[in-house]
Design a protein around this ligand. Structure first.
Ligand code: 5GP
Length: 140
């Protein structure tokens, strides 16, 4: 049985030990830009309650988590003039998970535009800061 390790990178971000480009926060979740975005505006929504992934999470978190995902998907779509929004979430290494604190990916998608590789190239921090600002502005 795999267990939750509080030294994971998203737990450190939640504790404020390492920086992030913050987009949204409420009592249940923190949302910030993915540092290796697969598309412009790629952000992550992270519940504050510790769980490794969906498999060991308290189901009570799913309501507030998905409400935040919907809010952020709408804002990211508007901010980037996207045609659609991809929501994805990986569980365990076999499924592609690389950071072991539950998180949901939100990716604005444009018709005909390929996604960049998962965990690929680190984005420029000035660009991430600008994209975070665009999504915050769309949140109103
Ligand atoms: P997973 O495969 O676990 O669903 O994806 C983890 C995601 O976290 C990847 O898309 C990766 O680019 C992103 N990521 C990895 N390290 C960091 C980090 O230190 N900060 C941020 N903001 N994103 C990260």
């Amino acid at each position: 049985m795999t267990t939750y390790d509080p030294s994971n990178i998203f737990a450190k971000i939640l504790r404020g030990e390492i920086p992030c480009h913050r987009v949204y926060e409420d009592a249940h979740v923190l949302a910030f830009m993915d540092v290796m975005p697969q598309a412009d505006g790629h952000l992550l929504v992270v519940p504050k309650a510790p769980s490794r992934n969906l498999l060991d999470a308290d189901p009570a978190i799913f309501g507030p988590l998905m409400a935040a995902v919907q809010k952020l998907a709408r804002a990211a779509k508007q901010a980037f003039g996207a045609d659609g929004v991809l929501i994805k979430q990986f569980n365990e290494p076999a499924a592609g998970q690389t950071v072991f604190h539950l998180h949901v990916h939100v990716l604005p998608r444009h018709v005909g535009m390929e996604l960049r590789p998962h965990s690929g190239k680190m984005a420029d921090h000035a660009v991430l800061a600008r994209h975070a600002e665009m999504i915050r502005a769309a949140l109103g």
